[in-house]
Design a protein around this ligand. Sequence first.
Ligand SMILES: NC(=O)C1=CN([C@@H]2O[C@H](COP(=O)(O)OP(=O)(O)OC[C@H]3O[C@@H](n4cnc5c(N)ncnc54)[C@H](O)[C@@H]3O)[C@@H](O)[C@H]2O)C=CC1
Ligand SMILES: O=C(O)CCC(=O)C(=O)O
Length: 410
Amino acid sequence: MTKLSLSKEKIKVVLLEGVHPDAEKLFRKDGYDNIHVYNSTPNDDELQNILADTHILGIRSRTQLKGQNLDTCEKLMAVGTFCIGTNQVDLDQCKSQGIPVFNAPFSNTRSVAELVMAEIILLLRGIPEKNAKAHRGQWFKSALNSNETRGKTLGIVGFGHIGSQLCILAEAMGMKVKYYDIENKLPLGNSEAVGSLEELLPQVDVLSLHVPDTELTQEMIGAKELALLPKGSFLVNAARGQIVVIDDLVKSLKMGHLNGAAIDVFPTEPASNNDPFESPLLAFDNVILTPHIGGSTQEAQVNIANEVADKLIKYSNNGSTSSAVNFPEVSLPALHADLTRVMHIHENKPGMLERINHAFSSQSINIAAMYLQTSGDVGYVIMDVNCESSDSIVKQLNDIDGTIRVRVLH
Ligand SMILES: NC(=O)C1=CN([C@@H]2O[C@H](COP(=O)(O)OP(=O)(O)OC[C@H]3O[C@@H](n4cnc5c(N)ncnc54)[C@H](O)[C@@H]3O)[C@@H](O)[C@H]2O)C=CC1
Ligand SMILES: O=C(O)CCC(=O)C(=O)O
């Protein structure tokens, strides 16, 4: 059986934010037992303490792995975001520190699309308001502003995994779908691509956002965009909190321009279920507020736990980085019993390979197999070699200028 340069008992795995227990189970089944599980999101000080001796970190969408939080993590070997979004992590900084980041790109896609479809139906029927009144003992039986989904137009911003799943559900309910995406995307069913956001907005009864949090999407929906939506229309945001300007949404709802909204994500979200939730949207009966649970179903969480834990274990056990979001991707075969695997992460600059090869040849170490991949300014080279002890080659490799990290399996 392959041995890691650091034994599995010593590799410290930390799982934050209530990652589904299946992830811990998978690590334990594979022989890892230094596992620490937390249900909440640590603040920056707590996170920096945790990171000081953590090798593998699992987070969800709240833990901010950026800036000074990454300064204290010399031992950190790999990160798993047990979700789709990776905007909470500085992917470039992780890469330059030799830390691959893995996510679950579509394990909760269906869950988000189903929730949004349900919210569209509830909004079009005016249910949030009727429900809120009923809870206060008021009887509000009325068909006013209560409509079927059939024949209504759904505008989708971001026609990726979630946006296109939602399109399928909405068309099955008889809705017309128009979408805007920054990329050229294949229209599914009878859906129609629209050339710009401004062109899309006036045409929809419901607008649903499914873009990632990027510089281009931050505050993408503000006063100007809300005004372009037809009077009486609805907004759904289950993407990221920074995409909608909440104060502008509040104004639009107050003026009665928008007839309601469903919001799952917020610019600032409580760190745990024990912390209070504050938002000016609390005042509106016609707004569905959910605590960032678009992807929180048993099905999704189990799939995510297994998918991301499996990727982290593969990387730790044999060096494979397939589907890493920020790193050169290499899919490696199992290590032959007689060989040692040396993994070298380095700055991608001319002459690196020559210096790495020279380190091996100068120690008369024969290379049985070599794998190399680069991504931008980082290179990842893996050599399966015949050698009794790896100590001196690891030292020599670490001394090469531009080396970011060296790991060994034998
Ligand atoms: N509420 C929740 O619990 C969840 C929220 N999410 C959020 O949903 C987002 C979307 O997820 P997926 O559909 O899986 O991502 P995806 O990457 O498959 O699709 C995103 C789409 O947005 C498009 N896009 C990017 N920038 C754009 C722009 N400026 N204008 C128009 N289109 C743009 C992309 O070209 C792509 O087609 C995630 O990034 C995440 O932030 C994801 C899962 C759960
Ligand atoms: O469920 C979570 O922790 C976050 C879900 C999410 O927003 C994502 O997958 O990007």
